[in-house]
Design a protein around this ligand. Structure first.
Ligand code: XUL
Ligand code: CO
Length: 441
């Protein structure tokens, strides 16, 4: 069996003093944080598409990285990627992966041949899983790459495209179940519009809901009882995507009665494209009971598109992990690295170094988030800030005992309202202190 990541040894935890680029400095899988190990908190997953397929191709140039794994025949390449993927997960100590149907096996001349290709490759994946214990976090179908989906899939004006997409998802669900996946993700790549001049928005959204209902019905039929995820993204490739952000998506799910079975898979770079922080998106999901899984990455504040960079921002990681801990941690979901190395970082060692940087960043994020909660100053500040709702008139409003007239009578006796400071800068200083404490401990 050939070794593909030849210059990547088994990556171990060496601690914060290590200068070895191929060692973890903060991610110590067995270290206990709170009630779980780091490995249990941070259920890292390898995205098949970026790790094994993305070669740096961009709008202005061809690939820079060699992801041919020694062959050009599409089926042989798919087989080589199975070997390469499991070698990579083993070397990095990553327990989960995620895949699209079309990045795991090549598209055939028709749907039957495509399904056959995926069956052959997923058999190999299953055998590898049995040998290694690696698990499928979630599966998905690529309903955006092929020209047949130029107008969308579930929201296409062309009912044949809807039917073809249904056939694809049906098969992707079968394969996800076969590989023991703990979820299934829908990312609405082209489920949106370029111009309202040619768009029946109402029908498109109804059809999207019909599509999801059929997916639930089929999952029930085959006994796939895992959560479905929607991955919000506001734009790119289309100008406007219906799953714009967490709040929009939750409202859609509730409107169509899909809220029992669906949770959200939130992606950092999609949050920033929607002009939200990633923390905001996770907060919305957890407040509404829709938190499910995460696509870990980060964007570039100066670029307006989905750069899918590996997460290296410690603040963002701390705030994201704070929300994850407050949501009770991951159950079925995890942290899928929907991230790719930059085009000039073109070697296979860079792939490993990128994961190491991302995993260390999220490990630091977890440690800081745990400190933020244990330290208690932020939580008690928030409690104190809302204290007026626990007694007196606030309590009475919450208990439904007041109305506009009684409140008007109360206000007329008040004189004026006395406020207390929001203390934002003090709180930001506390976070800095906790980050520095964590890093120097
Ligand atoms: C695209 C994106 C996808 C989904 C799965 O922006 O994030 O890779 O995660 O289709
Ligand atoms: Co994603």
């Amino acid at each position: 069996m050939s070794e593909f990541f030849k210059n990547v040894p088994k990556v171990e935890y060496e601690g914060p003093k290590s200068k070895n680029p191929l060692a973890y400095k903060y991610y110590d899988k067995n270290r206990v944080v709170g009630d779980k190990t780091m490995g249990e908190h941070l259920k890292f997953a390898m995205a098949w598409w970026h790790t094994l397929c993305a070669d740096g191709t961009d709008m202005f140039g061809v690939g820079t990285a060699n992801k041919s794994f020694g062959t050009s025949n599409p089926m042989n390449l798919a087989k080589a990627k199975v070997e390469a993927g499991f070698e990579f997960m083993d070397k990095l100590g990553i327990d989960y992966f995620c895949f699209h149907d079309r990045d795991m096996a090549p598209e055939g001349k028709d749907i039957d041949e495509s399904n056959k290709n995926l069956e052959i490759i997923s058999d190999l994946v299953l055998a590898k899983q049995k040998d290694t214990g690696k698990k499928l976090l979630w599966g998905t179908a690529n309903l955006f790459g092929n020209p047949r989906y130029m107008h969308g899939a579930g929201t296409s004006p062309n009912a044949d495209a809807f039917a073809y997409a249904a056939a694809q998802v049906k098969n992707a669900l079968d394969v996800t179940k076969k590989l023991g996946g703990s979820g299934y993700t829908f990312w609405g790549g082209r489920e949106g519009y370029e111009t309202l001049l040619n768009t029946n928005m109402g029908l498109e959204q109804e059809n999207m809901a019909r599509f999801f209902k059929m997916a639930i019905a089929y999952a029930d039929k085959i006994g796939f009882n895992e959560p479905f995820y929607i991955e919000p993204k506001p734009k790119e490739p289309t100008k406007h995507q219906y799953d714009f952000d967490a709040a929009t998506t939750i409202s859609f799910l509730r409107k169509y009665g899909l809220d029992d079975r669906f949770r959200l898979n939130l992606e950092a770079n999609h949050a920033t494209l929607a002009q939200h922080t990633f923390q905001h998106e996770i907060r919305v999901a957890r407040e509404e009971g829709f938190f499910g899984s995460i696509d870990a990455n980060q964007g570039d504040t100066l670029l307006g598109w989905d750069t899918d960079q590996f997460p290296t921002n410690i603040y963002d990681a701390a705030f994201a992990m704070y929300e994850v801990l407050k949501a009770g941690g991951f159950t079925k979901g995890g942290l899928n690295f929907d991230s790719k190395q930059r085009r000039p970082s073109f070697t296979l060692e860079d792939t490993a170094m990128s994961f190491i940087a991302g995993m260390d960043t999220l490990a630091v994020g977890l440690l800081v988030a745990d400190e933020m909660i244990k330290d208690g100053r932020i939580d008690s500040f928030v409690d104190e800030r809302y204290a007026s709702w626990n007694s007196g008139i606030g309590k009475s409003i919450r208990e439904g005992k007041e109305d506009f007239e009684s409140l008007a009578a109360y206000a007329s006796k008040l004189g004026d309202v006395e406020n207390i400071s929001g203390r934002q800068e003090m709180l930001e200083g506390i976070v800095n202190q906790l980050i520095l404490d964590t890093l120097t401990k």
